[in-house]
Design a protein around this ligand. Structure first.
Ligand code: AGP
Length: 612
């Protein structure tokens, strides 16, 4: 939800921190701040985006070779200058940046106030730095020990970096349930919520685990301990993230770039896993636990948001192609409803960021109950990727736009390959069907390319409905989850209220909403329910609704009835979502631009929901 970044080394810290915050801004953008130390502590923080901070600090002293930075998505306290991070201790010696929530902060605050501490902000983070100060001052402890003891008494989630004005040669960091990565450069070190701020300086990283504390000394290097004071030997990973993945590459927004990357990202997801010529699918993660997965009594798919929509498509895929019963759960519901989970179940966690708190918690629950945990994740080395028994990366590359697009089609591609592979192993699809599916799946990237060519036409349609206050998305079968996804895209970047519904369900209530002010986007590519969807469209038209239909290329019937149509190429029904979602992504993008919304950083949202 927030982004944290830190630097210690021979270079000027400020420009590194600012660039790092700009790379992390997709994680939260209510306010931003930095703290620098060189004998004095310079703390600059402003409400708003990182640019506000840059403008504010332009003329201020900033020279230092150590510093911490933060970009915020508010949990406690409204977004303003005072509540912005970094926060400082009462003695003005310590400063902290924090991503997460300290759940017992109120009790700690009450106890600290009794000791005379005075607080200036409404945040839980300020309480934490005062608590660390209290512990340090009481026994004159080294910073890392004071942090460690404090964290033994803290309840909640955190990724923190702490800097002591009196010792600018050291940074102390720690994590529990919020991500934290250490970058190891040449005589310099980086800390951040993910690897994006550091990859132009180093590709050597350490992923900090829960309950670990990192102490970085610019001369003596890194030491990792647990909160229980056990020294750890960290593993250094080499990442292959490329800097151009983090640039807009000539597009106005990351979201548009990521929409257009989908032919490539879907290909990348299949690379080395699907072979059209020899007719095979091979997923390493699946092979490792093949027996348990192929013979599972049930799949439970746990996810949030767009990933949950991908999970719904997964349900249709697994049940049709592999004949395995599937339940799709909102992770936030699954984790609290005391579900029945056994060791015969396989839990599939789907997450782009790999850091979504509710999905992580659902995995912890399923692990306690003996199920096999399988992860479908985009962010390499993320918490979910490291916590699951097995899994598959979707290889979509960093997804910066808050509205998920290429990650969704990557997740659906992966689920499709899984369902085909498991169906083939279980004999629920024949060899010839398997070959047909593989051949057609291999053609999908080219067909996505074809849909992208209708962008101008979609932009024209967007103009027709961009000022409507509501919208209804309808779909059947595989396209019902796509209707939900289209509605979410529109909601989250254009702020238009939109709902997705099974097309047949419209008659059970939503049809009351239909009038000339209600645009209805109908995904009408189904072969299996074509006539029924046509009837649904006629029911909408009979009530003066404005119908935009996503149809299969060459459609002649629905195109006569709908007010506007967008064509997608013919494909096998299970693969329809990979094509029918593209026009909905572009439609929401153009409407948001016409409404002058910030497409990449929509209000109130953040890219990775690492708090409950
Ligand atoms: C989708 O456009 C949203 N950004 C949001 O719903 C997102 O899909 C959800 O928060 C889940 O995130 P994850 O895939 O990283 O777990």
């Amino acid at each position: 939800m927030c982004g944290i970044v830190a630097y210690i080394g021979p270079k000027e810290a400020y420009p590194i921190l600012i660039k790092g915050l700009q790379r992390l801004e997709y994680r939260g953008y209510d306010s931003a701040g930095v703290a620098l130390a060189n004998g004095q502590l310079m703390v600059y923080k402003k409400k708003g985006k990182v640019q506000e901070l840059i403008d504010f600090a332009e003329e201020l002293p900033k020279s230092s070779t150590v510093g911490i930075g933060h970009t915020r998505w508010a949990t406690h306290g409204v977004p303003n200058d005072v509540n912005a991070h970094p926060h400082t201790s009462g003695n003005s010696q310590l400063t902290i940046v924090h991503n997460g929530i300290i759940e017992n902060y109120a009790l700690l605050k009450e106890a600290l106030e009794k000791e005379g501490h005075v607080f200036t902000s409404d945040t839980d983070t300020e309480v934490l730095i005062h608590f660390i100060e209290e512990i340090q001052e009481k026994d004159q402890l080294p910073l890392e020990e004071a942090v460690r003891i404090a964290l033994t008494r803290v309840v909640g989630a955190y990724a923190i970096v702490v800097l002591d004005k009196r010792n600018p040669n050291k940074l102390v960091a720690a994590r529990k349930a919020s991500p934290l990565v250490v970058g190891i450069g040449e005589g310099e070190y980086f800390l951040a919520s993910d690897a994006t701020p550091m990859i132009e300086y180093t590709n050597k990283v350490i992923y900090i685990n829960d309950n670990e504390i990192v102490s970085i000394d610019r001369y003596n290097g890194i030491q990792v301990k647990t909160v229980n004071n056990e020294v750890q030997t960290p593993t250094i990973h080499e990442i292959d993230m490329k800097i151009e993945n983090l640039e807009k590459g000539g597009y106005d927004y990351f979201m548009l770039k990521e929409i257009y990357e989908q032919p490539k990202t879907i290909s990348d997801c299949m690379r080395g896993r699907l072979n059209k010529e020899d007719g095979w699918i091979h997923l390493g993660g699946l092979e490792e636990y093949s027996n348990r997965i192929v013979n599972a009594q049930r799949f439970i798919i746990a996810a949030c948001g767009t990933s949950w929509h991908a999970g719904l498509i997964g349900e249709y895929l697994f049940e049709e192609l592999a004949r395995i019963p599937v339940e799709v759960e909102y992770a936030s519901e699954l984790r609290y409803r005391n579900p029945i989970i056994t060791d015969k179940d396989v839990i599939i966690a789907i997450s782009q960021s790999g850091e979504t708190a509710d999905t992580l918690a659902a995995l912890e629950l399923s692990r306690e109950r003996g199920a096999l945990n399988y992860g479908i994740v985009n962010s390499v080395g993320s918490s979910i990727a490291r916590m699951t028994d097995a899994g598959s990366y979707i290889h979509a590359g960093p997804e910066i736009g808050v509205a998920s697009t290429k990650a969704f089609t990557g997740q659906v591609t992966l689920l499709t390959m899984m369902a085909l592979s498991i169906g083939h192993k279980r004999g629920t699809i024949s060899e010839s069907q398997y070959r047909q599916y593989i051949t057609e799946l291999a053609n999908i990237p080219a067909k996505v390319e074809e849909v992208l060519k209708t962008n101008d036409h979609i932009k024209y349609i967007a103009a027709e409905i961009q000022d409507k206050p509501n919208a209804l998305y309808l779909g059947r079968g595989y396209n019902f989850p796509v209707a939900l996804e289209g509605a979410l895209k529109l909601k989250e970047i254009s702020y238009i209220h939109a709902e997705g519904y099974p097309a047949a369900e419209m008659k059970h209530g939503p049809i009351a909403l239909i009038d000339e002010e209600m645009p209805v986007i109908v995904i009408a590519t189904n072969k299996s329910a074509y006539e029924k969807v046509l009837s649904n469209i006629q029911e909408v038209k009979a009530r003066k609704g404005y119908v935009i239909a996503i149809v299969t290329k060459g459609d002649s019937e629905i195109s006569q009835v709908a007010d506007a149509t967008i064509e997608i190429p013919e494909t096998m029904e299970p693969f329809t979502p990979l094509l029918s979602v593209i026009p909905l992504q572009l439609l929401s993008y153009h409407i948001a631009i016409m409404r002058e919304c910030n497409v990449d950083q929509p209000r109130n949202l953040a890219k990775s929901v690492t708090v409950e």
